[in-house]
Design a protein around this ligand. Sequence first.
Ligand SMILES: Nc1c(C(=O)O)ncn1[C@@H]1O[C@H](COP(=O)(O)O)[C@@H](O)[C@H]1O
Length: 161
Amino acid sequence: MTDVAIVMGSISDWSTMKATADMLTELGVSYETQIISAHRMPMEMVAFAQQAQAKGYRVIIAGAGGAAHLPGMLAANTILPVIGVPIQSKALNGMDSLLSIVQMPSGVPVATVAIGQAGAVNAGILATQICGLQIPAYQTALTTYQQKLHQKAVASNEQLN
Ligand SMILES: Nc1c(C(=O)O)ncn1[C@@H]1O[C@H](COP(=O)(O)O)[C@@H](O)[C@H]1O
């Protein structure tokens, strides 16, 4: 069984969403990646969302840019938690993606992270935290990751002196 599904609206999103995949790899979390678009592949998008729980995924991470309907439309078709990653669009710098993803109507949440790569990394961590509620090995990996972050911050402070 694969724990996390990473989906994105276009192959052009991969340069951002690779940061999610890399984070999950670092934390030892199983994932699959797929291009699915609510706009360009509406039937496949609905089928994917409706089958996601039965496939055994615990969390869906969806990256999309511009009129970023994908995360919300997935959330509308599954009870799994959906984390939305706003891709940094060229025309509006990702503000369009962010607002399209975050401003969901009451009853259909998408857990929205920051625009671009930092958000993509955090989406991977957030998904691991959710899966970690049931998988102790993921909590151990998160603790190790947090300790590494701490050590790096302390070490960078020492560079000042
Ligand atoms: N936002 C969506 C959806 C969707 O929400 O279904 N499908 C594609 N896209 C976005 O269109 C942007 C440009 O895509 P192209 O580079 O393929 O033209 C991408 O950021 C993609 O996520």
